[in-house]
Design a protein around this ligand. Structure first.
Ligand code: SF4
Length: 95
């Protein structure tokens, strides 16, 4: 049996994007004041967050792998996160 690499396994995942609403919202003021903004940019393995030139944090929610890391480090009130609506988000494939 051929061994597969981690990138090959991750490429099997599928995403169904909710085109109508994001499941992630950043409170820009709290994120900036508490340092949460820079922290979530650094920790997210899917590069969902980016710090823009004006210091705000943008969110590319369609790439979220629902790992929960950002939630674990966010200051209270800085981040609103829930699972995507039913049938949407990442669909993990075993392999
Ligand atoms: S749940 Fe994981 S993948 Fe999704 S935004 Fe947070 S850190 Fe990134």
């Amino acid at each position: 049996m051929k061994k597969t690499t981690i990138p090959e396994r991750l490429a099997r995942n599928r995403y169904v994007t909710d085109e109508e609403e994001s499941h992630i919202h950043v409170d820009q003021e709290i994120a900036r004041r508490t340092g949460t903004g820079k922290a979530i940019v650094a920790i997210c393995p899917a590069k969902v967050y980016a710090e823009e030139a004006d210091g705000t944090i943008s969110v590319e929610y369609a790439a979220c792998s629902e790992c929960g890391a950002c939630l674990a480090i966010a200051a209270p009130g800085a981040l609103t996160w829930r699972y995507p609506r039913g049938g949407m988000g990442i669909q993990l494939r075993q392999g």
